[in-house]
Each structure stands twice: as C-alpha cells, then as structure tokens.
Write a protein that binds this ligand. Structure first.
Ligand code: SDX
Length: 427
C-alpha cells in the first residue's frame, strides 16, 4: 500500500521533495526526514527539538493538550492512586503490571540488591561535607560502572533486566548515603525487612546503629501515610517520554557507553533548575516571596521580559494544560494536609500564585500551568526531607524510566549514534 507522504517545495529552485509520513498508535504523526539532507543538501533547524521526534517508543505517552500521561498505556492517576511504585517499575520494565507472585520476586530481588560495595561508600565519604547530594549521586552512579563493568556488554534480556534492577535498587542507598554524608553522620545500611520506600525513609532518618527515634506513644517514627505519600511521588516521577534528561541518557547510550554512566549523565541533566532542579527552586522561591501579599509583585516580575525571574514550577514544554502529575500531587496534598503537618504558609502562597497566574492573560496566552515540581516540594517538606534531597528523590523515581528508555534504545532496529548538525555562522 502506498505510504502517505509530505512534500517540501523549495520556492527558490521550485524543486519538490517527498518524505514518508509515519503514523503512531496515538499522538501526532511524524514526517520521516532522515533523508532530508541527502535529498535537499539542506538541514532542518529546530533548537531544543520542539518539533522533533527522536525515536519510536512504546513506553510513555503524553497528550500535552489534554494533560494526559500513560505508562505502557496505563493512566498515571490509576497508578498513583491504586498501585505501588514497585508495581509501576515492573510495568515500565516489562510492559505489564506484575502478578502478586511476580511482584513478590521483584520486591525481594530489589531488597537483596540494595547494598553497595564498601569501596563505593568510601568514595561517597571522600566528598566535602558541603557537597550537594546531586553531585555525589551523579559521581556515585558513574562509579557504579566500575563495580559492574560486565554490563557494558549486555547481550541478552536477562542481563539487561539484571542491570536495570541493580541500579533501581542501589540508587536510594547511594542517595541516602549522600544525604547522611552531607550531615556528617554515619550512613545507615538498607534494612531488607522494609519495603522499597519505607527503607529509603529509614536510611534517611534512623539514628547511628539503626534505631528509630523514640516517640512518646512508642510508635514507629515512619508513618504509613508518609510511606504512601513518598511512594506516590516516586510513581509520578517514574518516566516522562523524551525529556531533557532522558534524551541525555539516550544520547550517551547511543555511543555504546556503559549504561550506568548514561544514567549518571541523566542525573546531571536533571539537576538543572529548568528541569528536575525546579522542585528545590520552588520552595526557595515560595520562601523568598515570604507572604501572600508579595505574590502580585513576583507575578509581575515573572511577566517582565526584561527580568529573567521565572515562576519555578510553572510552564512545560509539552503540557499546555494542567500537568496530570501536578493534579495528582495537589489531590495528595489535600489528603495529607490533616495527617501530615503541611506548611500552611507555603501552601497559602502557592495557592495564591496558582489562583492569580491561572487568570492572568500572560500565563493563559502562553499556556503556562503548574507542573509536577510546583507541588512536590510542599509534600517533601512535610515529610521532613531537606531541600537538597528534593532532586535526588526525583532521581530515585526517574531511574526506572531512564533505564527502560535506554534498554528500548539498545534493542531498537533503528539504533544510531546521536549526531545532529548545525547552521554555521562563523568565519
Ligand atoms: C520538568 O520535559 C519534561 O517532561 C520535564 C519534566 C519531566 O518529568 O521530565 O516534566 C520535569 O522539568 C518540569 C519543568 C520544571 N521547570 C520549571 O518549573 C522551571 C520554570 N519553567 C520554565 O523555565 C519553562 O516553562 C520550561 C523550561 C519548563 C519550558 O520552557 P519552554 O517550553 O522552552 O518554553 P519557553 O522557555 O520557550 O517559554 C515560552 C514562553 C516564554 O515567553 P515569551 O518569550 O514567548 O514571551 O513562556 C514564558 C517564556 O518567557 N515562560 C515563563 C515560564 N515558563 C515559560 N514565564 C514565566 N514563568 C515561567 N515559569
């Protein structure tokens, strides 16, 4: 059957060129311009790849206009409300939600793999105390490639699955060790009797020797509701199509580099405040605004083209509607506000910003809505997580997405090294 095609006409030379249109199962079709340069002698130009599809993928689907997000076809709201983060990891890695038997095996394997080599612990401890946990995390994950060098040549699905489960299991430990290091207190080893998410809170909070803080009623200091909230946050961050850090992971992976240095590059890309670093900046910004009466002044600054101040947690390259993850976090925030002492002042300022911005022409015209980072910080603050750990928590959630996207690239029949061209304006 003849393929649908798209014709480009060069009006200077009146030459026309035909390119195939490729259809996906959902979302915009694409024009295959892989032969554009060969046919026309010209490059296409798309800074930031705003109109460019870099790959075929069946992992995550986003409809930016509708504000819809699916992992392997399952809606994010369904996963965040009715499934655990580990079920979501299994879904992303395998394409289907696990049976209870599969989930048990997966859970146990991650618990047993959550420990790290003592030499990696020494590397973490060699950092200066004031080191940001993200710099330690990026370095620690890159160093992990030395401890599991065999994954450089993974040739079958079992080896790739083992590579994936190793890094998913060890990232929370490296993150928690980084945090403890920044406080100058000894690390807490993983406790294999605790679930993935509870274990992370345990490694962050336990006293040296592993004892939890005594509470007056003798209860365990880690509350069920806290585990549920953090687990939902991990799920909401698990993957997000071809964002900047995932594109970085794919680019490094496309050169044949070790998978763990590709993930480390993704961690570095995520750190930027325009990307995953925004969650840390949102809270800093809410504290800087300080009071509801100052909100108007900062909204005007965000709108001023001569002021590079931007509302952190607002806007998104793809979502031109509410980020469905932001909606899910807002719902979680409303549920938690009674059970967890959410900082009402920060919530009040955030609500005021949202109320004003969503009615303001500047934001409406540019379709700027709150994104995932706008709400996550208030919940993480209520979980008594220090701000420098906000983006490492994004890393813990996103690692399964990065490694799944990397495995898809490695097995793609279209595997090619990433190598864009340029418009030369030099001498
Ligand atoms: C994440 O890609 C992903 O999927 C990322 C992510 C994921 O899960 O991986 O969703 C996670 O990174 C969420 C985004 C977190 N970042 C922030 O909250 C930082 C603040 N937001 C932005 O800097 C910005 O909105 C971006 C980077 C998120 C998106 O930038 P774009 O798509 O390149 O849009 P743009 O910079 O071209 O802005 C379009 C217009 C501009 O105005 P004009 O020049 O047209 O007049 O909107 C303005 C911008 O100035 N604008 C903002 C704004 N964001 C965009 N104005 C004020 N405040 C803002 N936050």
């Amino acid at each position: 059957m003849k393929k649908d095609t798209f014709t480009f006409t060069n009006n200077k030379t009146n030459e026309s060129y035909e390119f195939d249109i490729l259809e996906g199962t959902r979302g915009p079709s694409v024009v295959d311009i892989s032969t554009f340069y060969k046919k026309t002698g010209m490059f296409t130009y798309d800074v930031g790849y705003t109109s460019t599809a870099s790959c075929r993928s069946d992992i995550t689907f986003i409809d930016g206009e509708k504000g819809e997000l699916l992992y392997r076809g399952v809606a994010i709201e369904e996963l965040a409300e009715n499934h655990t983060y580990l079920e979501t990891c299994y879904l992303l890695l395998n394409g289907n939600l696990p049976t209870s038997e599969e989930l048990l095996d997966f859970d146990l394997e991650l618990r047993h793999r959550s420990f790290i080599d003592e030499n990696l612990k020494h590397l973490i401890n060699s950092f200066p105390d004031r080191a940001h946990p993200m710099s330690i995390l990026a370095s620690g994950v890159s160093a992990l490639s030395s401890f599991y060098y065999e994954h450089l040549e993974d040739t079958n699905e079992d080896m790739r699955q083992e590579m994936a489960r190793r890094i998913i299991a060890k990232i929370p430990t490296i993150a928690a060790f980084s945090y403890r290091k920044s406080l100058g207190i000894p690390e807490i080893y993983p406790d294999i009797d605790r679930s993935f998410t509870e274990n992370f809170l345990y490694m962050m909070r336990a006293y040296p020797g592993g004892k939890m803080k005594r509470t007056k009623d003798g209860s365990n200091e880690i509350k069920e509701i806290e585990v549920k909230a953090l687990d939902a946050i991990f799920t909401l961050h698990a993957d997000h199509e071809q964002n900047a850090s995932t594109t970085t992971v794919r680019t490094v992976g496309s050169t044949g580099a070790h998978p763990y240095v590709a993930i480390s590059a993704g961690i570095s890309a995520l750190w930027g405040r325009a990307h995953g670093g925004a969650n840390e900046s949102v809270i800093a910004q809410l504290e800087m605004i300080g009071d509801v009466k100052n909100v108007d002044k900062f909204i005007e600054r965000a709108k001023d083209p001569n002021d590079n101040f931007r509302l952190m947690g607002f806007g998104h390259r793809v979502y031109k509607n509410f980020d469905p993850r932001a909606r899910a976090l807002k719902k979680l925030q409303d549920q938690l506000k009674d059970e967890l002492n959410l900082d009402s002042k920060l919530m009040e300022i955030a609500s005021k910003i949202e109320e004003i911005a969503l009615k303001d022409e500047y934001f409406i015209k540019r379709k700027l809505y709150p994104n995932i980072d706008f709400y996550s910080g208030v919940i993480l603050t209520a979980l008594k997580i220090d701000r420098p750990m906000f983006t490492p928590i994004f890393v813990i959630g996103r690692t399964v997405g990065w490694v799944t996207q990397l495995m898809e690239l490695q097995q793609s029949s279209e595997f090619k090294i990433t190598r864009p061209r340029q418009l030369y304006i030099g001498k």
